[in-house]
Write a protein that binds this ligand. Structure first.
Ligand SMILES: *Cc1c(COP(=O)(O)O)cnc(C)c1O
Length: 364
């Protein structure tokens, strides 16, 4: 349901929670033998943690992953019963906050395991994160072998977990290698539930599902890179307002640095969005908007609050909207033009937009 527009110049971000719900159900069906946790770090990839988490909880999602403990505290305030896992390392100073807000740590080193062991009787379950080939956070397999014996007696382990480095390249040999390494890890902790797959890992097939999958980008409609068009429904659309139209010709330059000069008579539209809104500056002179399904190229560099499109031949008037993400322009296309990935396009979406949540189907 759209709300009144508080700013006539602001770009409009539309977040379709019904599509989010459809994507959650789709992942639930794909990973039918596993539970589905939602990764909602970084403000649910820029879409808004509160409305996203609330809708997912209504669908029966019970486990959530955040990166920072402060994200977990904010989530706890709205979901008293959810399991909230914090991915970033545990430190001694944070333990009282974890206990107070019933946050569950993802333990990334033997030192963190010790901290949690000593945290007292109030501690709940934890996840053991094992590095199986990404060399990012996680306990090494050698360290796990030292720890394994006494572990399950001394702390409650909800899951043993690892993370795939190349799941978005289905044929990459590291996927199989990490799978086998993780199976060996699970054998060291018999009976402990396990979790390996993010969105792309979930799409690699049932061998990768174990007991819990941890999708993020797929919930938000993104295609994991390398698997072609997204198998998920688009959740985000972004529209910028045309603030001014100008008729120019080859004697004019457009924007900072005078990097764009029309080849002949042209019509340009000045739109009210810039890099300070999260519209990536790298798109200057390479990206597109769309008017009525017709692509219109960005003309010149993106400014802080403004950018310019060449709308020659695309009927429009001041006050109309130009699509920047939507049915004509999937996030994946902008990502290619900006030299980045859909994750970065989403997580940069700023706070200056008016946000409109579509939330039908009997949800609040
Ligand atoms: C961010 C993250 C995920 C979610 O990954 P997507 O590719 O967005 O599905 C899963 N697990 C871990 C450990 C993560 O950091």
């Amino acid at each position: 349901m759209s709300q009144p527009d508080p700013s006539p110049h602001a770009a409009r971000l539309i977040i379709n929670l019904d599509a989010l719900a459809a994507n959650y159900r789709k992942i639930t069906a794909i990973a039918a033998s596993a539970d589905v946790a939602a990764v909602i770090k970084a403000d649910a990839y820029g879409l808004g943690m509160q409305p996203v988490a609330r809708r997912l909880a209504q669908l029966g999602c019970r486990s959530f992953f955040v990166a920072h403990y402060s994200e977990g505290v904010a989530l706890r305030a709205m979901l008293p019963d959810a399991r909230i896992y914090v991915l970033h390392p545990l430190s001694a100073g944070l333990i009282p906050h974890y206990l107070q807000h019933h946050l569950r740590p993802v333990l990334n080193s033997p030192q963190e395991v010790d901290l949690w062991k000593n945290a007292g009787a109030m501690r709940g379950g934890a996840i053991l994160n094992i590095d199986t080939g990404m060399s990012r956070l996680g306990i090494s397999i050698a360290d796990l072998k030292h720890l394994a014996g006494g572990l399950t007696q001394s702390i409650e382990i909800d899951y043993v977990m690892s993370h795939l480095a190349c799941a978005d390249e289905p044929c990459h040999p590291l996927n199989q290698q990490q799978l086998h390494a993780f199976q060996a890890v699970c054998a060291l902790l018999p009976g402990t539930p396990a979790s390996l797959a993010n969105t792309a890992g979930t799409l690699l097939g049932p061998d990768y599902h174990f007991d819990l999958v941890r999708p993020g980008i797929g919930l938000y409609g993104g295609a994991p890179a390398g698997v072609g068009p997204s198998p998920f429904q688009a959740v985000v659309a972004l529209y910028a307002r045309i603030l001014q139209l100008r008729d120019v010709d080859s004697s004019n330059y457009v924007g900072y640095g005078a990097t764009y000069r029309p080849g002949g008579p042209a019509r340009i539209a000045v739109a009210g969005i810039g890099y300070a809104d999260g519209y990536m500056r790298a798109l200057g002179n390479t990206g597109f908007g769309a008017i009525g399904g017709q692509r219109v190229p960005l003309a010149g560099r993106i400014s802080m609050d403004l950018c310019v499109f060449d709308v020659t031949g695309a009927p429009c008037t001041v006050g109309d909207e130009i699509e920047l993400i939507g049915p004509t322009l999937p996030i994946e296309e902008s990502a290619v033009h900006a030299g980045t990935i859909n994750y970065e396009i989403l997580t940069r979406l700023g706070s200056r937009f008016t946000r409109h949540y579509i939330n039908g189907a009997g949800a609040q």
